[in-house]
Design a binder for this molecule. Structure first.
Ligand code: GNR
Ligand code: NI
Length: 179
């Protein structure tokens, strides 16, 4: 297993549309292991493969409440939303690729999701609550969409500007430290 770097806004790779997994093999299993290690270390409750720079339709998740509690690792390969409720709900979201920024997002309250597990078996789950929020957030990542895209243009542009400035400053600092 390997801890991987999480890519941060404004990294352009976050806008890629990830490719479906054609064949679940040893490399897929290694990718999933790296994703769990990286997600638990962050810590985060979900991770899309593109957040560690792999444009594949793979999602890991663990919605268990506390550190002491039993782990509940879940893997979603090639997840698809097959239906959405008309009813909406609002949940505060954050993203490991937009660290320390949190905002309320409105999304369908319930979604039916079809996906494959690591054995290649197909499942369908009716997601509500935090699972509904999180799986929609992750499937967005697979399509190059970030939670800030659901906010007003003003908020979104403010956030992008802030992280772009931070990235430029970090590059400058790294350069002067090397001199
Ligand atoms: O750790 C995470 N928490 C979270 C909280 C509310 C809604 C979505 C999330 S997902 C996020 C990790 C992440 O960035 N996944 O892509
Ligand atoms: Ni995210």
């Amino acid at each position: 297993m390997a801890l991987r770097d999480i890519i941060i806004l404004p990294d352009k790779r976050l806008r890629l549309v990830s490719k479906p997994v054609a064949k679940i093999d040893a490399a897929t299993k290694r990718l999933v292991e790296d994703m769990f290690e990286t997600m638990y270390a962050a810590p985060g409750i979900g991770l899309a493969a593109i957040q560690i720079g792999e444009p594949q339709r793979v999602v890991t998740m663990d919605l268990s409440k506390k550190k002491e509690d039993e782990k509940q690792p879940q893997v979603f390969i090639n997840p698809e939303i097959v239906s959405k409720s008309d009813e909406k709900s609002v949940h505060e979201e954050g993203c490991l690729s937009i660290p320390e920024y949190y905002e309320e997002v409105e999304r369908p309250a319930a979604v039916k999701v079809r996906y494959l597990d690591l054995a290649g078996k197909q499942h369908e789950v009716e997601a509500t609550g935090l699972l509904a929020t999180c799986i929609q957030h992750e499937i967005d990542h697979l399509n190059g969409v970030l939670f800030i895209d659901h906010l007003s243009k003003l908020k979104r542009e403010f956030v992008i500007k802030k992280y772009t400035k931070q990235a430029k400053q970090a590059a400058k600092d790294a350069k002067s430290a090397a001199e």
